[in-house]
Design a protein around this ligand. Sequence first.
Ligand SMILES: Cc1cc2nc3c(=O)[nH]c(=O)nc-3n(C[C@H](O)[C@H](O)[C@H](O)COP(=O)(O)OP(=O)(O)OC[C@H]3O[C@@H](n4cnc5c(N)ncnc54)[C@H](O)[C@@H]3O)c2cc1C
Length: 378
Amino acid sequence: MPTSAADTLILETIERLCRSEVPKYQNESCYNTVPRALFTSFAEAGVAGLAVPESFGGIGASAATSAAVFDTISRHDMGPAIFISVHAMVCGLVARFGSDEQKKSILPKLASGEALGAFALTEPHAGSDAQALSTEAVLRGDSYFLTGSKIYITSAGFADLYVVFARTKDSSGTGISAFIVPASTKGLTIGTPEKKMGCELSPIASLFFDEAELPRSHLLGPVHEGFKVALSGLAGGRVNIAACANGLSRAALDAALKHLRERKQFGRALAEFQGLQFMVADMHSRLEAARLLVEKGAQDLDTAGASPAKTRLSSSVAKCFATDTAMSITTDAVQLLGGAGYIKEYQVERYMREAKMLQIVEGTNQVQRMIIARELLE
Ligand SMILES: Cc1cc2nc3c(=O)[nH]c(=O)nc-3n(C[C@H](O)[C@H](O)[C@H](O)COP(=O)(O)OP(=O)(O)OC[C@H]3O[C@@H](n4cnc5c(N)ncnc54)[C@H](O)[C@@H]3O)c2cc1C
């Protein structure tokens, strides 16, 4: 869905980059790392600055353009699509909620790829119920001291800064606040990368805070209002995850169509069997519906800004439908390839593992259904 000549140019550049660079990193020596050289290549193509305004060195892309970028990258590999979409979420949060000083000092580095951003909300006892988080930030003098832990944080150990959510309490009240935490902060340690089911080029790990000291100026947005900051990031993030799902579905459907044309059984191409034709017809129809929902979600973000209230419904619908669709299309693609579908060389088993992750991240699809139902019933 490119909307301008500039969009077409950036998408063509990214497609070429994905074809030439991404395969270099699709091997075990790079798994569970963020390959920094790959991030730099994407940054040089403008991708690191998608969500950074032009005045701070980015390209200030619309939500529709960003969605098209993530759709393109995830046709090749979900890893970079995920760590760059989290980075874009962090860029958007600093651009929307940062002080002038924060924007000036941080955004140009995020846009150029000199710094990689990460988003730390989930905790061992606060996943779907993120508001139950217990990491604390205590203000003493002119510094906050953070204590607690975060789990499953994309790019942990590779990011240069984290947007971290912690509980705050002072004479003005209580709540959750957002903080910009440099990776070099004393008192912050990082766990070893988790061994996970897929998405090997996007590592996750835990963060541990032990009285980690942060100057007060690292507060992002108003004190006690950090949950609004998180929700604002997640609305845009969900549309990007839905776009990733569509790229994945496209790759799986293309692989299935190629196989049906080439493979012969019972003396005929598989493509001639009506039972299989009906499967690909359904796969295509569901993907078309998911694409339209991503367009709607992106359009709402572009017209309503990032106000969670205005974009909550369409971003949750797009995320839930597109990622469930990716799970179903990738599973069908494995089936349509038969034994080959189960063999790594043919890629579709990887697509199926990546689709499962998309149903869980940025709020599970049960959480999306809770949000959708709440919006309808309110
Ligand atoms: C690859 C990956 C990358 C991630 N990256 C990040 C990141 O960068 N930053 C970050 O902060 N987090 C990240 N996460 C964490 C992710 O957001 C959480 O895993 C997710 O929100 C679910 O939380 P949980 O794992 O605690 O599951 P739980 O909340 O324990 O849920 C378990 C199951 O119960 C269901 N459930 C829970 N409550 C309800 C309810 N009320 N009604 C119905 N069903 C319910 C859930 O849908 C799920 O199926 C990542 C996770 C993964 C796997």
